[in-house]
Design a binder for this molecule. Structure first.
Ligand code: 13P
Ligand code: SF4
Length: 354
């Protein structure tokens, strides 16, 4: 448990023994018991950007999910080893787009005669294979904090975007931030022949959205927003762009985890907030800002933690740090060279976005 003093002390001692040899990164959705040991905390963009910030560290312990650890491996030197404290910490959204499915989709676009006009834009929440596909086909990666800039860039390169794998982030950015209409978007279903779309639909679309979603954010509903507004008069509704379009449309503010934290830091005392994102972060923020008189509640009490983020717990972190301190490399995440080269191209395009 977070308060288990023995485990806290073991983690501290192992980290101290490792010294500069270890660099611990923690995503905002991590448990309190884990995040207390992070050298840097951040959203997906910040963690990708900062992964290479300590070239002297032999080990990068990534407290987050598998695709984040892969990205850190891609963006750091060969002599730096990225470690994921529990290999079962995947992401259900990233799993919704496999390399085979995406290759098949590209064949569908080619047969429809539009592949040349299409630029892939892949959300960070995707496997290294999908990032490599993106790099190979002239596309870029984006995160929830730069999706608009990535789409602006993509529409300078081509007329259409294939957005993978989060349909909600793609739709929300296109409609809310770029003035497109819902009719400009179609959803490609990898489980149906031809994606379940006609050639005419594909040719008419500007945004071809992959049929993927986040199992956590997908559970917030318009009802969640209406209920909280009724329960707490004057509440500000702030949600993550992985939420469904109707939720984002009804919210007052929308942004990445880093944006959510900054917004609450800037909020005046006495203000009230309902937050639609992962529960570990919302709880931490509610506790942090309560003394300042900011009331922060979870947008929908029936939604729960991201189960895979939560797999990284204090026992796994202790085991990882103690193993590394004893010289035993465990749970290394290593992307193969060819995949890495193309995936890096796509990630570097993102890092170079204006
Ligand atoms: P951000 O931290 O970039 O907002 O990402 C949210 C998320 O779902 C990560 O899995
Ligand atoms: Fe994946 Fe959603 Fe969990 Fe993020 S919160 S790791 S997108 S399942």
């Amino acid at each position: 448990s977070p308060s288990d003093p023995d485990l806290v002390e073991r983690a501290r001692a192992a980290k101290e023994k490792l010294g500069n040899k270890v660099f611990v990164l923690g995503h905002h959705y991590q448990r309190d018991e884990v995040i207390q040991f992070a050298d840097v905390t951040g959203d997906s963009f910040k963690l990708a950007r900062d992964a290479a910030a300590r070239p002297e560290a032999e080990y990068i312990v990534f407290c987050g999910v598998h695709f984040m650890a892969e990205s850190a491996d891609i963006l750091t030197g060969d002599d730096q080893k990225v470690v994921l404290p529990d290999l079962a910490a995947g992401c259900s959204m990233a799993d919704m787009a496999t390399a085979e499915q995406v290759a098949e989709c590209w064949d569908v676009l080619t047969e429809a005669g539009i592949a040349e006009q299409v630029v892939p834009v892949s959300y960070m929440n995707s496997s290294a294979d999908i990032k490599a596909f993106t790099g190979k086909h002239g596309g870029t990666i984006c995160t929830s904090s730069n999706a608009k800039r990535a789409l602006d860039w993509a529409f300078e390169q081509g007329e259409k975007v294939l957005f993978l794998p989060d349909q909600h982030l793609g739709r929300n950015t296109a409609v809310r931030d770029m003035g497109m209409s819902l009719d400009d978007c179609v959803v490609y279903n990898p489980h149906k022949p031809g994606g379940g779309l006609t050639v005419e639909q594909l040719r008419a679309a500007k945004m071809i959205l992959w049929r993927g979603h986040c199992s956590v954010h997908g559970r917030f509903s318009l009802q969640s927003v209406n209920d909280v507004r009724e329960r707490i008069p004057g509440v500000n509704v702030l949600v993550h762009p992985e939420c469904k379009h109707e939720v984002v449309a009804a919210a007052d503010y929308v942004g990445s985890t880093e944006y959510i934290i900054k917004a609450l830091e800037a909020a005046p005392a006495g203000s009230k907030w309902a937050i639609g994102t992962e529960l570990n972060l919302v709880r931490r923020l509610a506790n942090r800002f309560a003394p300042e008189g900011k009331e922060i509640v979870f947008l929908d009490r029936t939604v729960c933690f991201c189960s895979t983020m939560n797999r990284i717990d204090l026992p796994h972190l202790v085991w990882t740090l103690e193993s590394l301190a004893e010289g035993t490399l465990v749970n290394r995440i290593e992307v193969d060279k060819e995949t890495e080269a193309f995936a890096k191209l796509a990630l570097e395009r993102m890092l170079a976005l204006p």
